[in-house]
Design a protein around this ligand. Structure first.
Ligand SMILES: Nc1nc2c(c(=O)[nH]1)N[C@H]1C(S)=C(S)[C@@H](COP(=O)(O)O)O[C@H]1N2
Ligand SMILES: [Mo]
Length: 405
């Protein structure tokens, strides 16, 4: 399965209008004959995103599309690709698997360098299949302002910059060994084939971020399938990294090359961003962030109305990147009383669990619903998240307003 279904004509026009990324590398041109059909309706426009973004499932934020977390109620444990959030620094390049190759280079390879792998060679390696969450480091960011009154910069996600998928691909460790990784290699730097990221007149180069060799050799996948189908264009076609339990930025999409180095590497994605800056953190910022954190939420719109006197079944999801979920507690009275929710899935590492709780509200008026996850290592959601200026790793209990009528 070399390529996902080609974008429709309207999308192609949008991509062409979006600039050189869409047409670079011969991808769009070679896929062109399939563009004949359909023009979508009821969809939002995000510059540079190929897939349809129906308004009932997505909120567009700049070049990104947030999935509607409240709408996950009708999805299973896996998030379908057409409901999965997209985080693009620039725009989705439409690449052809047949033209793609991965280049490994740097002083951390002991033999000849560079080393190349074609798509076919990658697919011929033993494959692994693994379910893992993909979650942006800034997921929940807007809650720093709305709930804690603290300003942060960056995309104002609510809770929908997360999804779970079943990824299939080659082990990065297999590729590194075949490429001849040296024993003293310490850092990799995977880099995407999307356009260089330009912001405020500064060209930061193509999206890339150091990845320690220890993690790379542990459980990182070069994924070419998502939920049993060819990896979609927006999610990194033909090949992306999947770095389980780490912040989404580690999982470089449209992977083009990997530097392998015997010295520590850096990029703006490890120096300017994806560190914790602010009063509670060291001068110059924390170390680059790696693991995601703990979160939970109700699959209900903010401000939903619920009928008094009726028995409602409230549902949600909870997850931790640190250990399997152990308990979810809920409060339907603003935090005065807590009770356990029923877990609907067996907790697993790198996954989430669905939960439910019955609730018959008696009195009409505004109510704050809360949920709190605790994982098997004892990590739990605090009342407040420790502020950082770029709003990463929000982990506090979410205060979810509803109205009983
Ligand atoms: N090449 C490239 N890789 C990338 C990005 C990008 O813009 N370009 N965004 C990163 C970020 S910040 C996140 S959160 C995830 C999002 O993956 P998704 O769009 O498949 O949901 O991809 C990461 N990989
Ligand atoms: Mo992200």
């Amino acid at each position: 399965m070399p390529n996902p279904p080609a974008p429709d004509r309207r999308t192609l026009l949008k991509l062409l209008a979006a600039g050189p990324a869409a047409t670079a590398l011969g991808g769009a041109a070679s896929a062109a004959p399939a563009y004949a059909a359909l023009a979508g309706t009821g969809s939002l426009a995000a510059p540079g995103i190929v897939k349809a973004l129906p308004a009932e499932h997505f909120t567009v934020r700049g070049t990104n599309a947030e999935a509607r977390f409240d709408g996950f109620a009708d999805t299973g444990l896996l998030t379908p690709a057409d409901r999965f959030f997209v985080r693009n620094h620039t725009s989705t390049p439409v690449l052809d698997a047949a033209d793609w190759r991965l280049t490994l280079w740097g002083d951390g390879l002991h033999g000849r360098s560079p080393v190349h792998f074609t798509y076919g060679q990658l697919r011929d390696l033993p494959s692994v299949t693994r379910t893992a969450l993909m979650e942006c480091a800034g997921n929940g960011r807007s809650l720093y302002a709305s709930q804690q009154g603290e300003p942060v910069t960056g995309t104002a996600w609510t809770l929908g910059a997360v999804g779970a998928a079943r990824w299939r691909g080659a082990r990065l460790s297999d590729v590194l060994r075949r490429a001849g990784i040296a024993h003293d290699a310490v850092d990799l730097q995977p880099r995407g084939l999307d356009d260089p990221y330009v912001s405020g007149g500064v060209d930061f180069g193509r999206v890339r971020r150091p990845l320690p060799v220890a993690k790379a050799l542990d459980d990182v996948i070069l994924a070419y399938e998502m939920n049993g189908a060819t990896l979609p264009y927006d999610h990194g076609h033909p090949v992306r990294l999947v770095v389980p339990s780490w912040v989404g930025i580690a999982s470089i999409k449209w992977l083009g090359d990997i530097e392998v180095s015997t010295r520590p590497l850096s990029s703006p994605w490890s120096t300017d961003w994806y560190r914790l800056f602010g009063a509670a953190h060291p001068d110059g910022g924390s170390a680059p962030i790696s693991r995601q954190t703990v979160k939970s939420g109700y699959q209900l719109p903010f401000g939903a109305t619920l009928e008094a006197g009726r028995l409602h079944r409230l549902t949600g999801r909870a997850w931790s990147a640190l250990a399997p979920v152990r308990t979810v507690e809920v409060s339907t009275d603003g935090g005065a009383h807590w009770r356990p929710a029923r877990l609907l899935d067996e907790p697993r590492r790198d996954g989430w669990v669905r939960w439910s709780v019955p609730w018959r509200p008696r009195r009409t008026g505004p109510v704050t619903l809360l949920s709190r996850v605790t994982d098997a290592a004892g990590n739990t959601q605090p009342e407040r998240s420790v502020h950082n200026t770029q709003g990463y790793l929000f982990d506090a209990v979410v205060r979810h307003p509803v109205t009983v009528v």
